[in-house]
Ligand binder design. Structure first.
Ligand SMILES: NC(=O)c1ccc[n+]([C@@H]2O[C@H](COP(=O)([O-])OP(=O)(O)OC[C@H]3O[C@@H](n4cnc5c(N)ncnc54)[C@H](OP(=O)(O)O)[C@@H]3O)[C@@H](O)[C@H]2O)c1
Length: 293
């Protein structure tokens, strides 16, 4: 593929406007895999992680997802090291609300003082004056919702946040937050084999909220030889991960997948999903196959 058509891959996935004024190419990149084992500590391959991030831009990615808790701090630092000064069309979407006592451990903290200091840390590491999309990683059941969202609104009024997003929420929680402030996106677990967030996706589609499916490639058994993804992949001469991403992109115009990888070859393969058209028979076969699995 020529450099020009590679650059077009991001654009080929289509565009979505967050909040009506922040446009991104729909197929983005998730930075969590660039940290150490258990999303803890430094990358095993620092130069490789920097190269992957730089390649995302060459391939037309304009949405990179991260969080203060990835590493912690490691993913945000890598993004700044690889990409600052940033291209003008790049949106770095970060998150706050989870603390990291150790590898593989995640503790919710939605206290206002924590959210305020988390934002200051992200601004500093990312070398930004304002975060384009700031996502509450989890709603903290121990802290009043109005205090958590109110803190984000206060930071937004100070000009430190452009748009607010949520993560791992139900439709009722989205509605409760929308009574306090507008939001532009929701990031929930969703992929061909795990579709418990279907009602949230439908709500986002209806209300023009970006839906950012995490773990978009968790295709498990479906990608095994003879499984529906493997069969479609063989027929279309693509990788199973490409089919999984093409299916997501087809599913809704508000879908913004953020596949993560530490491998340039996997990144390039994932981005090819933007150019892959699935016909209705393939989509039916994938969905029936996923249901049967
Ligand atoms: N909001 C939340 O609570 C939450 C939770 C988890 C993740 N996230 C976000 O979502 C992003 C994506 O989620 P994720 O990283 O958990 O899952 P994912 O993107 O679905 O899968 C990543 C895994 O798939 C492998 N992979 C990537 N491309 C591949 C390919 N073409 N072929 C074969 N294997 C491939 C990666 O390994 P290699 O490195 O070897 O390619 C890695 O093990 C994260 O980076 C993070 O930004 C958010």
């Amino acid at each position: 593929m020529s450099t020009t058509s590679q650059k077009n891959l991001g654009a080929q996935s289509g565009a979505f406007s967050l909040g009506g004024n922040l446009s991104v190419h729909r197929l983005g990149f998730g930075s969590m895999q660039l940290t150490g084992e258990g999303v803890w500590g430094e990358s095993k391959d620092h130069a490789g992680a920097i190269a992957v991030l730089r390649r995302t831009i060459e391939l037309g990615v304009t949405l990179i997802d991260t969080a203060d808790s990835y590493g912690p701090e490691v993913a945000e630092r890598l993004i700044a090291e690889a990409l600052y000064p940033y291209p003008s069309d790049l949106l770095i979407a970060t998150k706050a609300g989870l603390m990291r006592p150790g590898p593989g451990q995640w503790v919710t903290n939605g206290k206002p003082e924590h959210l305020r200091s988390a934002l200051e840390g992200s601004l500093k590491r990312l070398k930004l004056d304002r975060i384009g999309l700031y996502q509450l990683h989890r709603i903290d059941a121990k802290v009043p919702l109005a205090d958590q969202i109110g803190t984000l609104v206060e930071l937004q009024k100070q000009g430190k946040i452009q748009h607010i997003g949520l993560s791992e929420v139900s439709v009722d929680q989205i509605k409760a937050v929308q009574k306090i402030t507008p939001i532009v996106s929701v990031q929930n677990l969703y992929n061909l084999s795990k579709r418990t967030a279907e009602d949230v996706l439908e709500y986002c589609t209806k209300h023009q909220l970006g839906f950012i499916p995490w773990f978009p490639l968790a295709t498990g058994d479906l990608a095994k030889p003879g499984g529906p993804l493997a069969r479609a992949a063989e027929r279309l001469k693509a990788a199973p991960a490409e089919i999984a991403l093409a299916w997501l992109l087809h599913k809704s115009p508000v879908m913004l997948p953020i596949p993560g990888t530490s491998s340039i070859a996997h990144l390039e393969s994932n981005m090819r999903a933007a150019a892959l058209q699935l016909d209705s028979a393939t989509i039916r076969e994938l969905e029936l196959g996923a249901k049967a699995a």
